[in-house]
Design a protein. Structure first.
Length: 74
């Protein structure tokens, strides 16, 4: 089964990259939707890793993974 997640990378006020990952997303999520979500996250200013504000978008990727189970426990 293929699963999708979005990985967003932001720059914080200390110039450090910070990542967020959202799992179980719709497979048809668009670039525009992901960018809008990043804009919302920055505007809301509610995520403050280590108490430091996020200030800019750095990167955003949709990642698809496929898992195949090769072992069935007896």
């Amino acid at each position: 089964m293929q699963e999708y997640k979005v990985v967003m990378v932001f720059k914080d006020a200390n110039n450090k990259n910070r990542s967020m990952q959202f799992s179980d997303i719709r497979p048809d999520v668009t670039q525009a939707e992901a960018n809008a979500a990043m804009d919302t996250i920055l505007a809301a200013n509610i995520f403050k890793p280590d108490g430091v504000n996020l200030v800019a978008k750095v990167d955003c990727k949709k990642v698809a993974t496929t898992e195949t189970d090769f072992y069935d426990a007896p």
